[in-house]
Design a protein. Structure first.
Lengths: 129, 484
């Protein structure tokens, strides 16, 4: 499972980390904190085609429902059923146990276009969103 | 010890005692209807509360007393325009001539109602600077749906079916992208600029031959007027697309600004917000859509027309998107809105929006050192604030402030909306609140701010004076226990 420093991040606060020939996707620790207690998770479908920056699934907290955007283009290769049964996992362990789905990136090199840990920390500090 | 609250909170059915009655009928009731066939009769008696008249009076009086409502409390719910609904509206909508009308009555027998609806259409078109209107949609989001459907029909008729995108800034109401998606458009969310307005450069990048409609909420959910609207309209029209205005916040503009003159092509109005008809608790509402002449043909049927001295419902509109609601829409609600409009002169209508804006800015100014505003600009009819950094340093959230307000006798404002503002507290006092009420509210908010710094636990434990204390929202959402 990825360490926060090894993942790449989007401006919409998803993280993505390469694991073998697949990539794990979830919401960042910052995002889970901002959303508050997660109460419902919808997962994408297996083999669903993903377009970069297009909403692919939804996470709902006590505050609101949030779209989850695909960090890169590709296809869903696995989903984490554990988070639909117990959405609190996303708050407790957004990177390790709380990943949402695995995907096969159309071009794994695309991950490098996203923010690395340091850039993401800087991005949060600016408080853009 | 027995729990007093539990005892008090019994449902009427739990207070029931077999054979107890509020009304006693002497002998058998005689009715002229034919007896119900044996096979259709129920086998067991319905489980209804059996109570004395006194029980009934006390039960419902108690419920009305624990109700936190507009009739008893200031209700500054942002984006909802919880203004005073004049009671005379109710009397007028309840007149026998309106309520006794059969919905299938021919036009000749419905002249009075048709005349009122026709006049309402005319007045609303005038206020919006528009040329055609339908009163049918049941509420704002239904209006968005019908309005976008008309836009879709318009492009289909012009053979521009490849216009499949609807652009929505992130400062718009959440229903906007949802309505677009329901009609099969793909909705494109664009980030607003640092001042909370549409970023013209970003908009320009997304406009193109695929754009059908740009949906703007004016004033937007930050309570800010889209001052670039004329430029935006020009850009959108040059791209061959239409401008839709979400008019849910029309209370900030009524009598002052005519959206049609700013380039808006389609807009909806919420009778239950701007035009003082009751809302909350699920309706009914009414969400008229006003459009420019070139979209008239696509509006739902029927449209109320005047021919000579007679009023009629015009169904003969071949390009129409069809019906979106039974009969003429929520006629009772429309009649209340008409009564409200007749009560105000054109100048007074302008004063509605002026005072709504003044009240919101007054609240914002009174609270500026305690709850900083998201925007540096003056707001329109509502302001978006947040707890001060000092309060947040004590781990006080907007939710805590909202709960504590209940103890001070104020309904909580809208919270955590819009999403683009951190820990948003969205306050809309409306024009019908007095200066004193706005000051009392601000004073409570300041006291809460002081409590947050000196005794934050007080906010965490709030509310203390309500029939129920802090609810476990997380548990309620994760493991709902739906029963009564």
């Amino acid at each position: 499972m990825p360490k926060p420093e090894e993942a790449r991040y989007t401006k919409t606060h998803e993280w993505i980390a390469l694991e073998g020939d697949q990539s794990l996707v979830g919401v960042s620790d910052h995002a889970q904190h901002e959303m508050g207690d997660v109460v419902f998770v919808e997962l994408p479908k297996m083999n669903q085609k993903l377009e970069k920056d297009k909403p692919c699934t939804v996470v709902e907290s006590v505050k609101s429902a949030f779209d989850i955007y695909a960090p890169v283009a590709g296809e869903v290769s696995a989903v984490n059923a554990a988070v639909t049964g117990d959405p609190a996992i996303i708050n407790q362990s957004p990177l390790e146990k709380g990943w949402l789905f695995k995907m096969k990136a159309a071009n794994p090199e695309d991950l490098k276009t996203l923010m690395d840990w340091n850039a993401y920390q800087e991005f949060i500090k600016q408080g853009v969103h | 010890m027995e729990d007093i609250t539990t005892l008090d909170n019994r449902l009427s059915i739990e207070k029931s005692s077999p054979g107890r009655r509020a009304l006693k009928f002497k002998g058998r009731l005689k009715h002229s209807a034919p007896p119900i066939p044996e096979n259709l009769r129920r086998k067991t008696a319905p489980r209804l509360a059996e109570l004395s008249e006194f029980d009934v009076v006390r039960h419902f009086t108690r419920l009305s007393k624990i109700n936190f409502s507009l009739d008893s409390h200031f209700y500054p719910l942002g984006s909802c325009t919880m203004k005073y609904n004049p009671r005379v509206n109710e009397d007028i909508a309840a007149l026998d001539g309106f309520t006794g009308l059969h919905p299938m009555a021919p036009d000749e027998a419905a002249q009075g109602t048709l005349e009122c609806l026709y006049n309402l259409q005319t007045l609303l078109c005038e206020l919006c600077g528009m040329e055609a209107i339908t009163l049918q949609p049941a509420a704002g989001a239904h209006g968005e749906f019908a309005g976008l459907m008309a836009a879709k029909a318009y492009f289909a008729h012009k053979n521009q079916k490849d216009r499949v995108e609807v652009i929505v800034p992130d400062s718009a109401h959440g229903t906007n992208p949802a309505s677009a998606a329901m009609l099969g458009f793909s909705s494109i969310n664009i980030d607003s600029g640092p001042d909370g307005r549409v970023d013209l450069e970003v908009l320009k990048r997304h406009l193109g031959p695929k754009t059908a409609v740009v949906m703007l909420t004016i004033p937007n959910t930050l309570g800010i007027f889209e001052s670039g609207i004329e430029t935006i309209s020009k850009m959108v029209h040059e791209a061959g697309a239409l401008v839709y205005m979400d008019g849910a916040n029309f209370n900030a503009m009524i009598g002052m600004i005519k959206p049609g003159e700013l380039g808006v092509d389609i807009m909806h109005l919420n009778m239950h917000k701007t035009f003082s008809t009751p809302h909350g608790g699920g309706g009914p509402g009414a969400g008229a859509i006003a459009v420019k002449k070139y979209l008239d043909a696509y509006l739902p049927v029927p449209v109320i027309k005047k021919e000579g001295n007679r009023y009629c419902a015009d169904f003969n509109r071949p390009l129409s998107i069809g019906k979106v609601k039974a009969f003429f829409g929520n006629t009772g609600v429309l009649l209340k809105a008409y009564a409200y409009l007749l009560m105000h002169s054109p100048r007074e209508l302008g004063e509605i929006s002026e005072n709504a804006i003044i009240n919101a800015n007054y609240a914002k100014a009174l609270l500026k050192d305690y709850y900083p505003s998201h925007s540096k600009d003056h707001c329109m009819h509502e302001c978006v604030l947040a707890p001060s950094p000092e309060m947040m340093a004590k781990e006080i959230t907007t939710l805590d402030v909202a709960k504590r307000l209940l103890d001070y006798g104020f309904h909580a404002p809208t919270i955590y909306f819009p999403h683009i503002a951190h820990e948003a507290i969205m306050i809309e006092p409306t024009e019908t609140e007095t200066r004193e009420t706005v000051e009392e509210f601000a004073s409570a908010m300041k006291k809460i701010s002081a409590e947050a710094l000196n005794n934050p636990q007080k906010l965490k434990d709030a509310p203390q004076t309500m029939p129920v204390k802090r609810l476990d929202e997380v548990q309620a959402a994760r493991q709902p226990n739906l029963r009564w």
